[in-house]
Write a protein that binds this ligand. Structure first.
Ligand code: PEP
Length: 246
């Protein structure tokens, strides 16, 4: 069976005081069956790990493709691991846009992350123009092929489908549209990696997931959880999303 994962991406939000939200979440949802992941800014990784213990996984939001070196301002997968992280988000559309990251860049980062022992959450998603031009599946297929390295397993790979136009906008695709893309991703994973890896890789939906729409989204075929931005910042919002997955 595919494991379920509720992942929170705090993006560039969060100071030390924000970790009170993580404390609350550990108390309320530290013992649920679903896997729970919080990806705070890099400055909070160690402190978050200390609070989360083994109850909630901690991850980075990006990493460099090299393990160390002259790359001012970057952090490596090794550093995330050393700080207690076990996951890293890669290829988020904000990284692809703000830092012009290509599928090739994402794949190189993913290789480094896997070598450091991290599980990679690879993000894919179409723009509104691409959806309106009926190119969604072509775009997703290309991103999957280009961004995911060969050496992955169902334990070390998570795919997040995040339509760019749904991120932080309050808009979501219809349930049928989500199902079409998730079924497509599942079939591409099975075709490339075989049934074992293909069926055990969690496929998350991301884009304006809230307590009010989580349950219906989790009812869609091949949706194994969510990557949540805004609604992961407060335990009172993220908690009910985790509940909807249980
Ligand atoms: C995200 O950035 O990964 C995301 C899904 O954001 P939001 O939930 O705020 O739409």
């Amino acid at each position: 069976m595919t494991r379920k994962l509720a992942a929170g991406n705090w993006k560039m939000n969060g100071l030390m005081a924000s970790l009170d939200e993580l404390k609350t979440l550990v108390q309320s949802h530290g013992d649920v069956d679903t896997d729970v992941l919080i990806c705070p800014p890099a400055t909070l990784l160690t402190a978050a790990r200390d609070i989360a213990g083994d109850k909630i996984a901690i991850g980075g939001q990006d990493c460099h493709a090299e393990a160390f070196g002259a790359h001012t301002g970057d952090i490596s997968a090794e550093m995330i691991r050393d700080a207690g992280g076990t996951y890293v988000i890669l290829g988020h559309s904000e990284r692809r846009e703000d830092h012009e990251e290509t599928d090739e860049n994402v794949r190189a980062k993913a290789k480094a992350a896997l070598a450091a022992g991290l599980t990679v959450v690879i993000c894919v998603g179409e723009s509104l123009e691409e959806r309106e031009a009926a190119n969604t599946l072509d775009i997703i297929g290309g991103q999957l092929a280009g961004s995911i390295p060969d050496l992955v397993t169902g334990q070390t790979l998570v795919v997040a489908y995040e339509p760019i136009w749904a991120i932080g906008t309050g808009k979501t695709p219809t349930l049928d549209e989500i199902g079409e893309v998730h079924d497509f991703i599942r079939s591409r994973l099975e075709r490339r990696f075989g049934a074992g890896v293909g069926r055990s890789t969690p496929i998350l939906y991301g884009g304006s997931v809230k307590p009010g729409n989580a349950a219906e989204i989790f009812g869609v075929s091949n949706v194994d959880g969510a990557l949540v931005g805004g609604a992961s910042l407060k335990a009172e919002d993220f908690g009910p999303i985790i509940d909807a997955l249980e």
